[in-house]
Design a binder for this molecule. Structure first.
Ligand SMILES: *[C@@H]1O[C@H](CO)[C@@H](O)[C@H](O)[C@H]1NC(C)=O
Ligand SMILES: *[C@@H]1O[C@H](CO)[C@@H](O)[C@H](O)[C@H]1NC(C)=O
Length: 430
């Protein structure tokens, strides 16, 4: 009797897992997607795309996240847009999401790319504690208004625990990031990406509950089970800094759980109107779109959008299109992370553009879309009513691999792509 019930329960659970994860496990783990060497939607990649490197130090490597640092004038008009890069050339020796945890010592770096001059500059960490690790992951910087300084928050995979580092950047001295403080909370189990809601508050994803930091052998096994089975153990929290009355602390943190049960909650982005929050569920191959309640940090799930890869970081452009970047073949990414000789991991970035009402009804369930791309997203996911999905860039990894973040400047159409284990940043202009 017990055996029958247990078998029934196991089969029911298996059916749930196959139903939720079957699409991504089949397409992005068990089969190898047939991607071209490279494709760029804005023209021939050989003439439209170029790689930004720092030949002197060769440290613009393994940049998990990049973000625009916008400068506005007194009227709120955009006057300048720089690209901030968070890079960790030591990622193959220290990665608390994918492993290994071998050597936390060599620090990562920040860089600033200036599109108008096509130059890239190292950003010095001023006043950063000498013994403190620096392994940048997700980050977000508040725009500068009328020359004022900007707050920058960066997830840091430090050796003992993952923290969030706060810096200040002054547009008058843009290549200096002045250290302000380290945010530590018991809830920071595995913070991944940040979306600022004000200069002193943000949403943050927590990708796993069961992490690589657990003692071995479970630290090797449970995070992989959580990922592959798509266990709903990730979450989104809202964190706010408030001035403190106590003499010991200069700020008090409030931490609110905003959305629970998101499998592998990874990239996060707040829409330009601040009414929607998008979260990438890596292990389900979905983007969750939440409605933001303006008076509280609480979130209401509105809908989900399937994407043709394991989504990593996501960013809204100025026009409200969501740019989603990720990993089309998970085993290849694991081989690259494990430093296997000759391994390369493919790249894919898509735009999700909101549809109007009539387009939406016509599009529902349509099989053919994204027809320009050599490997169409329509091979992997059926159309959704809410958004038009279009490939911006894809590569089998030979031209640009392991894409983790893409930014699009809607004024020029230029895109900037960083790769978790790739050297340099790719810039493509139409
Ligand atoms: C892109 O340009 C290269 C070099 O000029 C050329 O060999 C290739 O055929 C072009 N590809 C396409 C799709 O036009
Ligand atoms: C990765 O492999 C290369 C040789 O293929 C080696 O030089 C390098 O030290 C390795 N990196 C790590 C972090 O093990």
């Amino acid at each position: 009797m017990f055996f029958k019930a247990a078998t029934g329960l196991a089969l029911a659970l298996l059916a749930v897992v196959v139903h939720r994860s079957g699409r991504v496990v089949w397409h992005h783990i068990l089969t190898t997607p047939n991607l071209p060497d490279a494709y760029y939607v804005g023209g021939n990649w050989t003439s439209h795309c170029s790689l930004i490197r720092d030949p002197a130090s060769n440290d613009i490597n393994f940049c998990e996240d990049i973000t625009f640092w916008d400068h506005h004038d007194v009227h709120g008009a955009l006057t300048d847009r720089l690209v901030l890069l968070g890079c960790d050339p030591n990622r193959k020796a220290w990665n608390t999401v994918m492993g290994p945890l071998r050597d936390p010592n060599p620090r990562g770096h920040l860089f600033l790319y200036v599109p108008t001059t096509h130059t890239v500059h190292p950003v010095a960490l001023q006043g950063y504690p000498a013994q403190h690790d620096f392994h940048p992951l997700g980050m977000d910087i508040f725009p500068s208004h009328n020359g004022a300084s900007s707050n920058l928050f960066i997830v840091n995979h430090a050796r003992a625990q993952t923290t969030v580092e706060q810096f200040v950047l002054d547009p008058a001295r843009p290549t200096e990031a002045r250290y302000v403080r380290t945010l530590r909370l018991p809830y920071f189990v595995s913070p991944n990406a940040i979306a600022l809601t004000s200069p002193t508050s943000f949403y943050v994803t927590n990708d796993h509950l069961l992490t690589r930091r657990l003692p071995n052998p479970i630290g090797h096994v449970l995070p992989v089970v959580e990922t592959v089975v798509g266990l709903p153990l990730g979450w989104v929290a809202h964190v706010a800094l408030h001035p403190s009355n106590s003499e010991d602390d200069d700020v008090v943190l409030t931490h609110t759980l905003a959305a629970l049960g998101v499998p592998f909650a990874n990239g996060i982005a707040l829409s330009p109107s601040h009414t929607q929050l998008a979260v990438a569920s890596t292990s389900l191959g979905l983007v969750y779109v939440y409605t933001v309640d303006a008076s509280t940090p609480s979130l209401t799930l509105s809908h989900t959008i399937p994407v043709p890869f394991f989504p990593d970081n996501i960013v809204y452009d100025d026009d409200g299109a969501l740019i989603v970047t990720g990993h089309p073949h998970f085993p290849a990414l694991i081989h690259v992370a494990a430093n296997k000789t000759g391994a390369m991991a493919p790249s894919w970035a898509v735009s999700l553009t909101p549809r109007s009402g009539r387009d939406a009804r016509a599009a529902q369930g349509r099989r053919s879309y994204d027809q320009l791309a050599p490997l169409s997203a329509s091979r992997f996911a059926s159309a959704v009513a809410t958004h038009e999905v279009e490939t911006l860039f894809q590569s089998d990894g030979s031209v640009f691999g392991s894409s983790s973040t893409t930014l699009r400047d809607a004024r020029t159409g230029a895109i900037y792509i960083a790769g978790l284990y790739e050297e340099g940043m790719l810039v493509c202009r139409p």
